[in-house]
Design a protein around this ligand. Structure first.
Ligand code: UDP
Ligand code: MN
Length: 224
């Protein structure tokens, strides 16, 4: 039976963590998914948050143990029936979120790929994971979506519904956002580009400060 790895990027969202863990566990039970492991990857350092690199670290920790991987924002709680079974293709799971009145935002030419996504191991290796160098809010989800295009992968979407937990919106640093945007657009617009094949899980470097293996999830504290 295929094993699911759930990877949650995390820093300073304790209230969300307390809700997310019991919720997802209960949800997976209703989905009859028993073979899974949850890893919360916490950024310990004070640098800007790097969601994409935390995702890669979670993958690195679980890659020998799991067959498919769900990269999951902590503030999205799956609602009844949300499908977490095996994916044949990269798949966007969080199509309908309460924060958008359960409508898919009209964004990136219908290629929205934020929130909750899933890859099987083969496909995540093909795209070389996420970029490691996208600091601060924004762009990393679109960037990996473009990696899928560059690799000629079909991308699927599931009509799952999610309850969004409220939070203060991150302060967006303009320079960081512009850098991230540039990274993404390079891959999006240059069909010949293979730059991403040297920036991702094959170039990942990080320090583990602490690992706690709990019964319900593992917490990996890292320095990026
Ligand atoms: N996140 C976090 N701490 C932060 C910023 C982000 O734990 O300070 C994680 C968390 O899993 C969150 C995800 O990164 O759900 C996406 O960030 P955020 O919710 O701020 O993005 P937005 O909702 O604005 O797209
Ligand atoms: Mn959020």
């Amino acid at each position: 039976m295929k094993k699911l790895g759930i990877i949650v990027p995390y820093r300073d969202r304790l209230e969300h963590l307390k809700k997310f863990i019991p919720h997802i566990r209960e949800h997976l039970k209703t989905q009859n998914i028993e073979n899974y492991k949850i890893v919360v990857v916490e950024q310990l350092d004070e640098q800007s948050f790097n969601r994409a690199k935390l995702m890669n670290i979670g993958y690195d920790v679980l890659k020998d143990e799991c067959d498919y991987f769900c990269f999951h924002d902590i503030d999205l709680l799956p609602e009844k029936g949300a499908d977490y079974s095996w994916v044949d293709n990269p798949t966007h799971l969080s199509q309908y979120c309460s924060q958008f009145n359960y409508r898919m935002p009209d964004y990136n030419n219908g290629k929205i790929f934020g929130g909750v996504v899933m890859f099987n191991k083969t496909d995540f290796n093909k795209v070389n994971g996420f970029s490691n160098i996208m600091w601060g809010w924004g762009g990393e989800d679109d960037e990996i979506r473009s990696r899928c295009d560059r690799e000629g992968l079909t991308v699927d979407r599931r009509p799952n519904r999610y309850t969004s937990l409220p939070h203060k919106h991150a302060k967006v640093n303009r320079d960081e956002y512009q850098n991230n945007f540039k990274e993404w657009v390079n891959i999006r617009d240059d069909e010949e580009s293979k730059d991403y094949q040297t920036n991702g899980i094959n170039s990942l470097e990080y320090k583990v400060a602490q690992i706690k293996h709990g019964l319900e999830y593992s917490l990996i504290k890292v320095i990026l």
